[in-house]
Structures are given as C-alpha cells and as structure tokens.
Design a binder for this molecule. Structure first.
Ligand SMILES: [Zn+2]
Ligand SMILES: [Zn+2]
Length: 147
C-alpha cells in the first residue's frame, strides 16, 4: 500500500500532498530507463577495443577501450609511459623486446595471447601434464636405480 506523502512547512501547516503512487510509478519508470538496461538494448552496435582487440557492445560513439582492468592499464601506460623499460626475450617468438610492464614475458599482445592460449591448454590438459610428470618421475627413479 502506497500512502500519499504529506509535506509540511516549518510551522507544521500542511503545504502539499504528493501522490505517493504517482511518485512510485515514476521511480519504476526511472529504473526501466537505467543505464544498465539501456546498455543491454544497445548490443547491436559494437566496437573493437584498441588494446585487447576484442569486440564489445558500444555505449558511446567515441568508445575505444573495453574498460577491462588490463586495458585500462594499457591505456594508462600509453598516457604515462614508464621511463626506461625492461629488456626481455619473448617466451613465444624468442625475440628480444623492451617492455614496460613489470611482469611481461612476451613482446606483444599477439604473443601474450598465444602465451595465454598455451597456458590455458596446459591447464585444460592438466591430466596429460600429470601423466607426463609421473613418467618423468619414474624415469628419474630408474636412473637412480641404475646408479
Ligand atoms: Zn580491451
Ligand atoms: Zn613475441
């Protein structure tokens, strides 16, 4: 049950009666127009994130970053590049590269993706890894016996 809202002035005299139901309905309408729902409706248009090169629903005409943590970080680096950088050998293509990220082990997003893919593969095939490890362990024992 929604009651009318009575508004009193500072002397305690009734100033205004607000239709509670109307206010409530207006509130509901506002919720229906919330950005979250609008966003879901706008999924037709997409943009490609400049950093991770993935496609995302577009919320504004100038959007270029998906606002994922990693991409926000990339953008930050672009705006405030770190002095110096660290020289690494890319774990994927074995090329030498200078990186600004403290934990980077690959030369480019392409290689980083490949590295992720390989890691996922390893995780996904942990069973195989386990059997491989077991085999390696057996081998070690064999060698130990031969000594
Ligand atoms: Zn992104
Ligand atoms: Zn590389």
């Amino acid at each position: 049950m929604i009651h009318d809202i009575k508004v009193f002035d500072k002397d305690g005299n009734l100033k205004e009666i607000i239709n509670g139901l109307k206010v409530f309905q207006e509130m509901c309408e506002d919720t229906a127009k919330s950005p979250y729902l609008m966003e879901r409706k706008k999924t037709k248009k997409t943009f490609i994130c400049r950093f991770c090169k993935e496609e995302f629903p577009r919320n504004s005409p100038v959007q270029f970053c998906c606002k994922q943590q990693k991409c926000i970080y990339q953008r930050h680096l672009e705006n405030y590049p770190r002095k110096g950088g660290r020289k690494i050998t890319c774990v994927i293509c074995k090329k030498k590269a200078t990186v600004t990220h403290s934990r980077a082990i690959t030369c480019s997003t392409k290689c980083s993706k490949e590295n992720n893919r390989r890691n996922n593969l390893v995780n996904g095939l942990s069973f195989r890894v386990k059997t491989k490890r077991k085999r390696a362990e057996l081998k070690r024992k064999e060698i130990a016996c031969q000594k």
